[in-house]
Write a protein that binds this ligand. Structure first.
Ligand code: DAH
Length: 345
């Protein structure tokens, strides 16, 4: 038996095949069920017990070598361009996994579309801003708590003069200021989407960066009624025609009067649920009439012009629309989460 194995080993080392058919014939001869190696395997039970170990090892070696040799020959055929293997242009392409838009982009675009129909155009400003645009020109007093280390990320801090600080913008209201500065004369009707930063501990309900959209309209005779109608239309377009709004008096340094707007909770339809803390209402934005000081600070005559402004959080609107319960999901880029928005693209 050992002799037979040795002989086959020698044969196998020198195997040659001219084409795929010859190779297949060799495979059948040696490795198939009825091949030479299997025949030997069948005879193995007749080997005397004291030789079993040696013969068994040899037999295994033979089987591996045969397989290796056949595979090597197969590879040489595969790598050979023998003229019959040309590129098949009729073959169906492999599917390509398409990306999906991020939920925040989907919602931002939806918001922009609604306001674009009302004549708002897009304006953008830098994320690294000076104090002047984020605070001073928006009527924040020098000692206003929002300038505090708690909220603001500082890039450069000036001990003598806070207006010289360079910071990461804490709201997109800074782009209102840039918008007002950049035009010679109103009217101005802009929508400013962008990322903002606040020095907060990250949790399911707070993040150190998020997204806002700021709206600004300045013209002659702009009134609070105009603001309310525009916001009502927005709420209905965004959350459905049955949506109600309510405006609560509030305070922002840059608007007077100021308000916060709630919409009837679109999750429970205003009946009360965990999301709206059983009140039936959820807050979605801040707004008001632009404070005359803000107009004047950017060179607009507040005796001739008036305007309104509003600012909303894109994450908040997205949470309401899609009931995302953990803010961190938006920045983790988990493909399973992102794929859930495939149909909304
Ligand atoms: N900037 C405010 C914030 O970050 C939001 C805001 C409130 C913007 C009232 C406005 C406004 O334009 O009028 O919370």
């Amino acid at each position: 038996m050992i002799q037979k194995i040795e002989q086959l080993l020698a044969e196998i080392e020198n195997l040659q095949a001219g084409n795929a058919e010859e190779l297949e014939a060799l495979r059948i001869k040696y490795l198939s069920k009825k091949g030479a190696i299997n025949d030997l395997m069948a005879d193995f039970r007749n080997v005397p017990a004291e030789q079993k170990k040696e013969v068994g090892m040899k037999l295994n070696e033979l089987k591996t070598k045969a397989q290796e040799r056949i595979n090597t020959l197969k590879e040489t055929f595969a790598n050979q361009d023998n003229g019959t293997n040309e590129l098949d242009l009729t073959r169906t392409a492999y599917p390509i996994g398409l990306g999906t838009r991020h939920p925040l982009s989907i919602v931002r675009n939806e918001i922009i579309d609604i306001f674009a129909r009302l004549g708002f155009s897009i304006a953008e400003g830098p994320e690294v801003e000076d104090d002047l645009h984020v605070f001073t020109k928006l009527n924040f007093a020098a000692d206003h708590p929002a300038r505090d280390m708690q909220d603001t990320f500082f890039i450069e801090q000036n001990a003598e003069d806070v207006t010289k600080n360079v910071i990461l913008r804490t709201h997109t209201s800074s782009v209102q200021v840039r918008g007002m500065e950049s035009i010679p004369e109103p009217p101005i009707r802009i929508l400013c989407p962008g990322r903002v930063y606040r020095n907060e501990a990250i949790s399911y309900r707070a993040h150190c960066f998020f997204h806002q959209i700021e709206g600004l309209y300045i013209d002659k005779n702009v009134s609070f009624t105009d603001l309310k109608q525009v916001l009502l239309l927005f709420a209905k377009e965004m959350f459905g025609n049955e949506t109600k709004i309510r405006l609560r008096p509030s305070y922002f340094p840059f608007t007077e009067p100021s308000a916060e707007m709630d919409i009837s909770c679109n999750i429970c339809g205003g009946k009360g649920c965990a999301f709206c803390k059983h009140t039936g209402w959820v807050e979605i934005l801040g707004c008001g009439m632009v404070d005359p000081n803000v107009l004047e600070a950017s060179g607009i005559d507040s005796k001739v012009y008036s305007g309104y402004a509003f600012g909303l959080g894109v994450e908040r609107i997205t949470n309401l629309k899609y009931q995302v319960k953990d803010l961190r999901m938006f920045s983790e880029n988990d493909i399973r989460f992102l794929k859930e928005f495939e149909s909304a693209n």
